[in-house]
Design a protein around this ligand. Structure first.
Ligand code: COA
Ligand code: AMP
Length: 654
């Protein structure tokens, strides 16, 4: 292990050698050796006592005994090493017409100052801080300021409704909330403050204070005694020299909690640790993304999602790269050339986005004419993740952009890619439809229903042998038992990914879909179970089912089926409109729930299980077989008829 701060003069980048197969084999045979070496790229205040402690935590803990600080590694060490004048963040916001370059030296000042303000507001190491903010630099300062003082941040995506924010506040129990007056969507201003106020009325937990960043577009009203003005506190702190140094944080302490959809309405609080996360992310920038310190990395995601945490904020900054913070859309801000403009303007070396963004661009500019207006010669690789990348879109992007298009597979839980194409080590053949090969430390098996590995090319449940590699979740926030039940119990010795797929003869993985009720809408992960809870709460609804149906742009969109209570006299159309509004109000616009359909009854098995899988096949116009256990076969015909009346179902039973 390298010594503690002060930081080394150069970034210890060690080009991986020996090819992918040898490297992966070593990571499995000698995980301690492999990750112990990778940990040398991180500054430690106290080196870990053990690279892996199998006795600690639910399934073991990485870098036990190590003491470090994420903010030091992401900011201060680079300034000390001479990167102070390099841009750390390039903020580009077509929705507000703003651009701003923030150097590593600026970042250090901003983050140390905000950390000082947080301390002065009573935030201590281990306290939680909820961050409900749009894609502005202050949101990144907020994350890093928490890391600096050892507080645990929990960022909530802006497209969620007040009730979702409230449930996260109740679970995380933050000491304070950091927010802004508004977010900006192309079609409207999102007034964050009223949403926050409502969430704080709904939540049982009451944070001591809120720090509000006023954006010029909207002036939010502040609640006296609770809300404080960000700019005022910042100015006071700068004037009086208030700032905070990087606190020593145990490698096994949480850096953040990120809530993600579970199989019920109650989201899962994925915990990310400090040491393992840094080691894995730093390795991935060399090995998987092939991006070096000083280069520009752009993840066109949102800091509210895991991809934003890992690849807008932490991995590029830990590596000494320049990260692009883009507050805009792939289309409409102002046009489908926006991504290519950003690539030219900032000389982006690698772009990471969701397939849905490319589908949106392809729809508007199928010939890629707008690409020709921009110099994209800096771009070496396009990385895709978040949802299944359809081969048409991958082929289109490859042909139009002329760079490798690498699909890679991830989950919020893992924090970084489970499988991908290790372009920094040895670019492998890109097989369209495949998400590549397992990354170091991931031993992936495809299991049958009995939990036995199946042969190559056979479909099954995808599971990862324990222990999970560094960077992955050690548990759920204050819910070890839920963690075990959700992920570890079904296949003893494994982590259940809840994804299904297969592995081909070359060891490349193909992810075909979820085995639970999670759907992916425009790269956003949502629970249909959570939506069903909202539908069922409507006073006129007797029964309901929500499924994800195929959508050309968003991959999937939710579709809700309602059975009304007997005696309801109001029109189904009126109730359907109310249901659509209710999902928007309770879950948020991000759910993109626009389709509610009233039916007389739902298709079920004789034991009463709703046949959601078959309903999905009907809606997606795939061939389907009549389930042997169906109670009444006519119910499926009824579903097909209702869907076809709405122009959705076209294929009948095989
Ligand atoms: N704050 C508030 N509202 C938000 C929001 C945010 N941060 N992000 C999205 N929304 C709203 C949108 O305004 C929209 O509201 P509307 O119903 O009033 O129109 C709704 O949520 C659905 O948004 P979205 O799914 O993004 O659809 P869209 O039609 O606005 O845009 C795409 C379509 C494809 C351009 C867009 O989904 C996209 O860029 N997706 C990429 C996703 C991504 O990067 N995922 C991260 C995983 S890598
Ligand atoms: P999230 O937790 O939001 O990152 O969503 C994780 C889920 O998205 C995974 O379990 C998969 O179902 C899906 N997913 C992510 N990346 C891919 C990919 N490259 N191909 C197919 N599905 C993916």
């Amino acid at each position: 292990m390298s010594a503690a701060a002060p930081a080394p003069a150069t970034d210890p980048v060690r080009p991986p050698s020996g090819g992918y197969a040898a490297l992966h084999a070593r990571s499995i045979a000698d995980p301690r050796g492999f990750w112990g070496e990778a940990a040398e790229a991180i500054d430690w205040m106290e080196p870990p006592r053990r690279v892996f402690d199998p006795e600690a935590g639910v399934y073991g803990r990485w870098f036990a005994g190590g003491v470090t600080n994420v903010c030091h590694n992401a900011v201060d060490r680079h300034v000390a090493a001479g990167r102070g004048a390099q841009a750390a963040i390039l903020y580009d916001s077509p929705v507000s017409g703003t651009k701003r370059a923030i150097t590593y030296a600026d970042l250090q000042t901003e983050v140390a100052t905000l950390a000082g303000v947080l301390r002065a507001m009573g935030v201590e190491a281990g306290d939680r801080v909820v961050i409900y903010m749009p894609m502005i630099p202050e949101a990144v300062f907020a994350m890093l300021a928490c890391a600096r003082i050892g507080a645990v941040h929990s960022v909530v995506f802006g497209g969620f409704a007040a009730a979702e924010l409230a449930s996260r506040i109740d679970d995380a129990q933050p000491k304070i909330v950091l927010s802004a007056s508004c977010g900006i969507e192309p079609s409207r201003i999102v007034h964050y403050k009223p949403l926050l106020d409502l969430a704080l009325t709904i939540a049982t937990h009451k944070p001591a204070a809120c720090l509000i960043f006023q954006r010029p577009q909207v002036e939010a009203s502040l609640v006296p005694g609770r809300d404080q003005d960000w700019a005022t506190r910042r100015a006071e702190a700068l004037a009086s020299g208030v700032s905070a140094a990087c606190a020593p944080v145990a490698a096994t302490d949480p850096l953040y909690i990120l809530y993600t959809s579970g199989t019920t309405g109650k989201p899962k609080g994925v915990v990310r640790d400090t040491g393992g996360y840094m080691v894995a992310l730093r390795w991935s920038m060399d090995g998987l993304y092939g991006v070096a310190p000083g280069e520009v990395f752009w993840s066109a995601s949102d800091i509210g999602w895991v991809v934003g945490h890992s690849y807008i904020v932490y991995a590029p900054l830990l590596t000494g790269c320049t990260t692009v913070l883009y507050e805009g859309k792939p289309v409409g801000t102002p046009d489908a050339g926006a991504f290519w403009r950003v690539i030219e303007e900032y000389k982006v070396a690698a772009l990471f986005t969701a397939p849905t963004a490319l589908r949106a661009i392809k729809k508007e500019d199928p010939e890629g004419l707008l690409m020709k207006d921009y110099d994209r010669s800096s771009l070496r690789t396009l990385f895709l993740a978040g949802e299944r990348a359809d081969p048409d879109t991958v082929e289109w992007a490859k042909a139009k952009l002329g760079v490798p298009v690498v699909d890679h597979w991830w989950q919020t839980e893992t924090g970084w890619a489970i499988a991908g194409n290790p372009v920094g080590i040895e670019p492998l053949e890109v097989k369209v439809g495949s998400t590549g090969v397992p990354m170091p430390g991931y031993q992936v098996d495809i299991l049958d229903e009995g939990g036995h590995p199946v042969a190559a090319n056979r479909m099954g449940s995808i599971a990862i042998k324990l222990p999970l590699p560094p960077g992955c979740l050690p548990t759920l926030w204050r819910q070890d038992e839920r963690f075990r039940e959700s992920y570890l119990i079904d296949y003893p010795g494994y982590y259940k990914t809840a994804d299904a797929g297969f592995c081909d003869d070359d060891g490349q993985l193909f992810i075909m879909g979820r085995t639970d009720d999670i759907i992916n809408v425009a790269g956003h992960r949502l629970s249909t179970g959570g939506m069903e809870e909202v539908l069922a709460a409507h006073p006129d609804v007797a029964e309901c089912a929500v499924i994800g149906i195929h959508d050309e742009l968003k991959g999937e969109v939710p579709c809700g089926f309602l059975v009304l209570k007997s005696g309801v006299t109001r029109s189904p159309a009126q109730i359907e409109t109310e249901i659509v509004a209710l999902v928007r109000e309770r879950i948020g616009p991000v759910a993109a729930f626009r389709l509610a359909i009233t039916v007389n009854r739902l298709p079920k098995t004789r034991s009463g299980k709703i046949l959601r899988g078959t309903m999905k096949k009907i809606a997606d116009a795939q061939s389907w077989n009549m389930p042997a256990t169906i109670d009444d076969p006519a119910t499926l015909d009824e579903i097909a008829a209702v869907l076809s009346a709405r122009g959705l179902a076209k294929v009948s039973a095989a």
